[in-house]
Structure formats: structure tokens, C-alpha cells
Ligand binder design. Structure first.
Ligand code: PFF
Ligand code: NA
Length: 445
């Protein structure tokens, strides 16, 4: 059977969760919002909102054991066929994968350049990054092709021999690299500074924007609103404890984000570099710091960027799987045919995203001020993912038999935990997402 083992599920779901969101995005967003207070709000968002939606996707998936569209129909009280439209969320996975693969391509370039020469000044590093993403189109196409080819190769082999196996290999390697980097960070004087930056909250830095950034990051980091967790849970054996598994995945994801933050802030503070550098934190600030550390710096640079690639690959395979399962289960496609179709779609969209950043081919082609790359990012993280999450909550809270849900949960946990989860699903999470949604669309700002 093409199913995960329980540990295989935890690894694969953790592999999906742990990605660029943890090692690149979490540290720079934390830096931008000034550290500790943001971290605290983020942890609360993970615990009360992220974990709640994670459990929601897991219970639907494990119960229905099917693709996202069919799972909604099967789980609904009335078996109403219209719930299949909730399956729209799988499109987000392909859209995210398109530009995620491009970003992983940039990181491949950093792995390669870390072997030769690292920039010694921020202005040089900034210019090199700018040139890479807007000028080196030939290279970027090669990198994107390599990443896309790897993703396609893995998913072609199926859930167990492909996805479970790659996670079994890459997740421990990722753990080893991060442990090594953490040990090095611990030897630096700046480590304690990094700890206090991340854990002593300055509440004057908390505003509406920070709350919303924390909430958005909680969804993205746990791979929610894409049908990924639902799809992976559909390959979780029916008797497995989905409550515990979900909890472990959220714990692993959060731990890795915190560790990545501690490592990166130690490095930044050691060099006296600013913590609020934004998205360029990893691509511009870090290489300059590494270059000051000689050969050891190069080893650290290579390890760091390899870790990002490993984390990203295990997330990337999880973005395409919901679409594959959809075509396989609903249209009787072979895995091969589904992979060729979905692979071509995201590969092609990735090329569009990549060209849309290039000076020569597309930088001036914007619609409403955004290029294709930004549109794919905006459409998914600001519109489709929150919409999918809210539909999932309202579905479970109002259109699914409560008794059935309670039985599923209480097989593994107490009635009290179920009741808390159920109120979060019915009231708290939908309201939080509506606020997030309106704000992102600029209606509440
Ligand atoms: N959770 C991943 C990260 O933190 O990088 C990103 C992601 C993976 C989002 C899979 C959505 C998804 F379906
Ligand atoms: Na993550």
C-alpha cells in the first residue's frame, strides 16, 4: 500500500512544514518586528490558531483517506457534492511551488558561490544578489530546471518510496547541519544577545501589523490552506494518533524556526550587523559575515545554504502532492500522467515567475504594480490560503457531524481538548482570519 508509517507521516509532514519559511522568513520577519514580542505573538498564533487548523486538515484527511475535493464531500454531514469546490485550494500548492522553486534556485547559486568567493561588503553582496535575480537568467533557468526535476523525480516514485524516503534522508541531515551551526553559534559571545533579542519582549513593538504578520507566518510555516496536510493525512493509517502527530509536527516546526533565529541573530550580532535587514537578511547580510570568517566561514556558508536547499526540497514535494492525488483519485490518472501534467504546469509558471524579475525580459511587465512572481505570492498567501483555511474551519464547525468529530478526537485525547478545539474552529479562528484577510486586502488599514 502507498501509505506512510506513523513516523514516516510525522517526518514527511515536518519536512513539509520546515522550509524556507523557518530558516529564511521567520528570522527576517522577527528582525523586522523587533524580536521578542513578535516571537511571543507568533508562538501564541501557532498554538491557538496554526495547530487548530492543522488538526482540522488532519482529521478530514485521515477520516476520508482521499484527495482534497473528495475528502470534503465525504466528510460533510449531507455528502453534498458541491463541497468538491473546496478542492480549489490545491491550486495554491502549484502556484507556491512555481516561485518556491525559483527561490531554491537562487539558493543553489549561493551554495556554488560559497565554495569560491563570498562578498566582503554589503554593497557588493547587495549588487550580486540583484544581478543574480534580475540578470543571470540562463543560470536561473538551469537551477529552476534542476530543482523542478528533483521534485518531479521524487514524487514520481510515490508516497512511500519517494516522499517518505526523501524525508527519511534529508530531515536527519538537516538536523545535523542545524545542530552544528547551533553549536558554533553557542561559542560566540553574541549568543546571549540573540537569546535576549528573541525572548525578552518589548511590547511597544506590537501593533496590528505585527499580529497579522505572526498569524500569516503561522499558516505558511505549518503548510496550511493548501491541502497539503489533508493530503498527507489521507496516507496516514486510520488508527494512527493524528492528535499527537499534529502536535509533534508543530513542535518540530517551531523548534527549528527558533533555532534558525538563534543561529542567524548570533551571527548578525557577532558582526554588529543590523537585525532588521528584511528579505535580504539571508542573501545579503549573512554572506558578508561569512566572508569575514575565512575558510571556516566558507564551510558555514556552504552548510547553511545546503540546509536551506534540503529544507526547501522536502517542502516543495509536499506542494505538488495534493494536485497529484486529485488527478489520480478523481480522474483515474496514473501517477506518471498526473506528475507530467502538474510538473509541466509549475515548471512553466516558474519560468514565467523567473522571467518576470529579469531586467531584459519582463521587469517592466507589471499588472497593478506587481510582476508575475509577486502576483503568485500575493494570490496564494494573502488570498487563497486564508480563504481555504476559513472554509475548512466553517466546514468543520457547521457542516460536519459534531458527534463524529468528537469520537475521532476522544479516541486520542480528552473531551476538554476536543471542546477547546471545537470552539476555536467555530469562532476564534474564522474571526482571526477574516481580520487578517481584510487587512491584507487593505480594507482595514
Ligand atoms: N511550510 C513551508 C515553509 O515554512 O517553508 C512552506 C509551505 C510548504 C507552504 C507546503 C505550503 C505548503 F503546502
Ligand atoms: Na515552516
Amino acid at each position: 500500500m502507498n501509505k506512510f508509517s506513523r513516523i514516516g507521516f510525522i517526518l514527511a509532514a515536518a519536512g513539509s512544514a520546515v522550509g524556507l519559511g523557518n530558516i529564511w522568513k521567520f528570522p527576517y520577519v522577527t528582525g523586522e518586528y523587533g524580536g521578542g514580542a513578535f516571537v511571543l505573538v507568533y508562538l501564541l498564533a501557532i498554538l491557538f490558531i496554526g495547530l487548530t487548523v492543522f488538526l482540522a486538515e488532519a482529521v478530514i484527511g485521515q477520516n476520508a483517506q482521499s484527495d482534497v475535493a473528495t475528502s470534503f464531500v465525504k466528510t460533510s454531514k449531507t455528502k453534498n457534492e458541491n463541497w468538491k469546490f473546496a478542492g480549489f485550494m490545491i491550486i495554491s500548492g502549484l502556484l507556491i511551488l512555481s516561485f518556491y522553486s525559483v527561490v531554491l534556485g537562487w539558493i543553489l547559486d549561493y551554495v556554488i558561490t560559497s565554495f569560491s568567493a563570498l562578498p566582503t561588503e554589503a554593497s557588493v553582496a547587495g549588487a550580486a544578489f540583484e544581478k543574480l535575480i534580475s540578470d543571470d537568467i540562463g543560470n536561473l533557468i538551469v537551477y529552476h530546471t534542476l530543482i523542478a526535476g528533483t521534485v518531479i523525480f521524487i514524487v514520481l516514485k510515490g508516497v512511500k518510496a519517494g516522499i517518505e524516503k526523501i524525508n527519511l534522508i534529508l530531515m536527519p541531515l538537516l538536523g545535523i547541519i542545524l545542530a552544528g551551526l547551533l553549536i558554533y553559534a553557542l561559542t560566540l559571545d553574541s549568543f546571549s544577545q540573540a537569546v535576549s533579542f528573541m525572548f525578552s519582549p518589548d511590547f511597544s513593538k506590537i501593533n496590528g501589523d505585527a499580529l497579522l504578520a505572526a498569524l500569516g507566518q503561522a499558516f505558511f510555516t505549518l503548510s496550511l490552506g493548501v491541502g497539503t496536510i489533508m493530503t498527507y493525512s489521507a496516507s496516514l493509517p486510520k488508527e494512527a494518533n493524528f492528535v499527537k502527530s499534529s502536535f509533534y509536527v508543530a513542535l518540530v516546526d517551531t523548534t527549528i524556526a527558533i533555532i534558525a533565529g538563534l543561529i542567524i541573530f548570533s551571527f548578525l550580532f557577532e558582526a554588529g550587523a543590523p537585525s532588521a535587514a528584511g528579505p535580504g537578511l539571508v542573501f545579503i547580510s549573512l554572506p558578508v559575515i561569512f566572508s569575514g570568517w575565512g575558510v571556516l566561514g566558507q564551510v558555514i556558508a556552504v552548510s547553511f545554504f545546503v540546509a536551506l536547499v534540503f529544507a526547501g526540497i522536502t517542502s516543495a514535494v509536499s506542494m505538488i502532492e495534493p494536485s497529484l492525488k486529485f488527478f489520480i483519485e478523481r480522474f483515474g490518472f496514473t501517477r506518471r500522467k498526473a506528475t507530467i501534467l502538474c510538473g509541466s504546469i509549475f515548471y512553466g509558471l516558474g519560468i514565467v515567475a523567473l522571467l518576470s524579475m529579469s531586467k531584459a525580459y519582463g521587469a517592466e511587465l507589471t499588472f497593478f504594480g506587481k510582476n508575475a512572481f509577486d502576483w503568485m505570492d500575493f494570490m496564494t498567501s494573502s488570498i487563497m490560503m486564508p480563504l481555504a483555511a476559513i472554509i475548512t474551519c466553517i466546514f468543520l464547525g457547521y457542516f460536519v457531524d459534531k458527534q463524529m468529530l468528537q469520537e475521532k478526537f476522544t479516541k486520542h485525547t480528552s473531551v476538554a481538548v476536543f471542546n477547546i478545539w471545537y470552539s476555536l474552529i467555530r469562532y476564534v479562528v474564522p474571526i482571526a482570519i477574516i481580520i487578517l484577510f481584510l487587512n491584507k486586502l487593505g480594507i482595514l488599514s
